[in-house]
Design a protein around this ligand. Structure first.
Ligand SMILES: Cc1cc2nc3c(=O)[nH]c(=O)nc-3n(C[C@H](O)[C@H](O)[C@H](O)COP(=O)(O)O)c2cc1C
Ligand code: SF4
Ligand code: SF4
Length: 593
């Protein structure tokens, strides 16, 4: 940031765009032009599109950088822009009531940004912007001053582990890739990101695709690959567009292609679109999909690092893993390893969602406590409700109950309590969430996404889902709980790939920590959180009913009868349990049991 420059940053990540970021950006441009801003400012004034800065709940976020100071505004709409231009940019008086508050500052205070450090600052479509903050210069230095083995040693020493879920040491994977025999090798960036609720990789690519490209260049050099692929789901149109643009522009600047950075090293990247199947994120299925075959996993070994794409040695790394690489190479392994714990180094990006005041994208040092994430960064639970659990690791992960909030968030600590760091999904659940229903949701997801190749996963997840369905319908049997455990354990032990091997985890962890909720569903035929429709009964509390008729008018099933100013009645045979009467009654006269 330079004095006397006026810069306006409009959040244009997916969250920003969805909240009208493009219109806000346009309004700034129009307003500044109409105001005939003084020539010097016009020259310097730059309204550029920045990627996600993480606090999507406050979009559209706008930074105004003027006179060497930054002012951040929240919830900006196009009709608010004229006032910002008049009072702040022209009048030099920031508008206090539109600025972000304490919670915005807290949201950033406990975070450590490495992967996301340039997201929200640079224009993701302009390689020069990334170049200006040191980007691509690192790859050039690596290619001209480092030997491949030295690069591998640096990454090994940094302690970087794969962020795609399994946490495999990246330096070791590269070493295996380098040693693998073959004149043609590949580096593949896994941007499939299929976990429900996860958007870390999408945000990194939307915010700074250049860091991923630079990470791939360095990885390719280290292992001796000249071809790279980014496998990205077609459902991420903005990320795909920005990635393609970034690759194209990097190519024009000779950061990709033949003799990159004027060296003898050739490397180029191709983008491959995936159709959105969760299983295609699994590395062997991903390889099959790139090769044009049906995306199905195959047994390992051989591992891709020896026999991957077209039987050639292939190193597959996650988006976040690769985006860490330029920063490690630029600032050194000691700096990187100074963040995190003994065995889990660096930071991790999480998509914090669910019943939390500040949902959004966060990057935290490994080892931070779950409490710090939920209370300090997330601002606590929405609507003053009680925290029940935090689900980490998506469909392969598990639930951590509220009484374990002081647990450290790192690979080892989460595994100890039956969950995983995973790729970074973090869903906060409160007292209104039914844990049985939540586990059913995840098993339904994996059952639908099972590729069907092996029996334990194809049939086993179907049977698991059927049991969960009958429990949530009040048809569960006492023996179902034991059956759930036995079946889950055998699916885990016998499935071919990671999808089946981890699919029962949400069921097992909820059974372990929330058994009483399962028991209430099975024994009492009750859903304590009042979520499972079939276990809820609506009735009018006669003494409290004023006969206002609001419920009668709201009922879509014609299940309510009654005269004005007299207690109404619900016919349980006609009631479809939509809950409209419960919501609409101002006198709390509709009971839900
Ligand atoms: C069902 C399934 C889905 C997966 N989806 C992804 C994904 O979307 N992105 C990803 O990077 N890794 C995913 N993985 C893990 C990959 O197979 C692989 O381990 C990872 O891309 C390696 O990169 P890393 O070492 O940098 O973590 C998935 C694994 C399984 C079993
Ligand atoms: S475990 Fe499931 S997803 Fe994996 S190969 Fe078997 S059927 Fe397919
Ligand atoms: S829950 Fe829905 S269907 Fe049932 S009585 Fe109330 S409004 Fe009617």
């Amino acid at each position: 940031m330079t004095k006397n420059k006026t810069v306006i940053n409009v959040c244009m990540g997916t969250g920003g765009m969805a909240s009208g970021g493009a219109e806000v950006l346009q309004a700034f441009r129009a307003e500044l032009e109409a105001a005939d801003f003084p020539a010097i400012v016009k020259e310097h004034c730059l309204a550029h599109r920045v990627g996600c800065r993480g606090l999507c709940a406050k979009d559209v976020l706008v930074d105004v950088l003027t006179d060497g100071a930054v002012t951040t505004y929240q919830f900006i709409k196009p009709d608010m822009v004229p006032r910002i231009v008049t009072e702040h940019i022209l009048g030099r008086t920031p508008i206090a009531e539109w600025q972000v508050g304490e919670d915005y500052k807290n949201f950033h205070h406990k975070q450590v940004k490495i992967v996301l450090s340039d997201c929200g600052k640079i224009d993701p479509e302009d390689p020069d912007d990334y170049h200006a903050v040191g980007g691509y210069g690192t790859a050039r230095d690596v290619l001209t001053e480092w030997l491949p083995d030295e690069v591998i040693a640096e990454i090994k020493a940094s302690g970087l582990r794969g962020r795609g879920g399994a946490g495999f040491p990246t330096g070791l994977k590269w070493e295996l890739g380098r040693k693998a025999r073959g004149d043609i090798k590949y580096i593949v960036c896994n941007a499939d990101e299929g976990d429900p609720g996860a958007f870390m990789d999408r945000a990194v690519i939307e915010g700074n695709p250049h860091a991923v490209i630079e990470g791939m260049i360095i990885a390719a050099y280290a292992i001796g690959a000249h071809h790279g692929y980014v496998y990205i789901r077609a459902e991420y149109p903005l990320a795909v567009e920005r990635l393609r643009l970034a690759i194209d522009r990097a190519r024009r600047r000779h950061f990709l292609g033949n003799n990159i950075f004027g060296t003898i090293f050739d490397f180029d990247i191709q983008v491959k679109l995936g159709a959105g199947a969760f299983v295609c994120g699994e590395e062997t299925a991903l390889i099959a999909s790139i090769e044009g075959q049906r995306g199905m996993p195959r047994p390992k070994p051989p591992f891709p690092v020896n026999k991957g794409l077209w039987q050639r040695p292939t190193v597959i790394n996650n988006v976040e893993t690769l985006a860490n690489v330029p920063y490690i190479m630029r600032r050194g392994y000691r700096w990187y390893a100074s963040h995190g714990t003994e065995r889990s180094k660096g930071t991790k990006v999480f998509a914090l969602t669910g019943k939390i005041k500040n949902p959004g994208l966060i990057e935290v040092p490994m080892g931070i406590t779950l409490r710090e994430i939920i209370e300090d960064i997330g601002g606590g639970i929405e609507g003053g409700k009680k925290l029940k659990a935090v689900q980490t690791g998506g469909p392969s992960g598990g639930c951590i109950p509220a009484n374990m909030l002081d647990i450290n968030v790192d690979y080892e600590s989460l595994a100890k309590v039956g969950s995983i760091v995973g790729s970074g999904g973090m869903i906060v659940l409160d007292e209104d969430n039914c844990m049985v229903n939540m586990a059913k949701y995840f098993i339904q997801f994996t059952q639908e996404e099972s590729c069907g190749k092996c029996v334990p996963c194809r049939i086993g997840t179907k049977r698991l889902l059927e049991i969960m369905q009958r429990i949530t319908k009040g048809q569960g049997k006492e023996s179902d709980l034991e059956l759930l455990e036995t079946l889950s354990n055998s699916i885990k032990a016998t499935s071919l790939c990671g999808l089946g091997q981890t699919a029962p985890n949400p069921v097992l962890s909820t059974l372990k920590y929330f058994r009483e909720e399962f028991e209430a569903h099975v024994r009492e035929k009750k859903c304590p959180a009042k979520v499972c429709k079939d276990l809820i009964t609506y009735s009018v509390i006669e003494d409290a009913c004023k006969g206002c008729g609001a419920c009668l008018r709201a009922c879509p099933a014609g299940a309510i009868t009654g005269e004005k100013k007299k207690p109404h009645k619900i016919d349980p045979e006609l009631c479809v349990k939509c809950g409209a009467c419960f919501e609409v009654c101002k006198f709390k006269s509709v009971g839900r049991d």
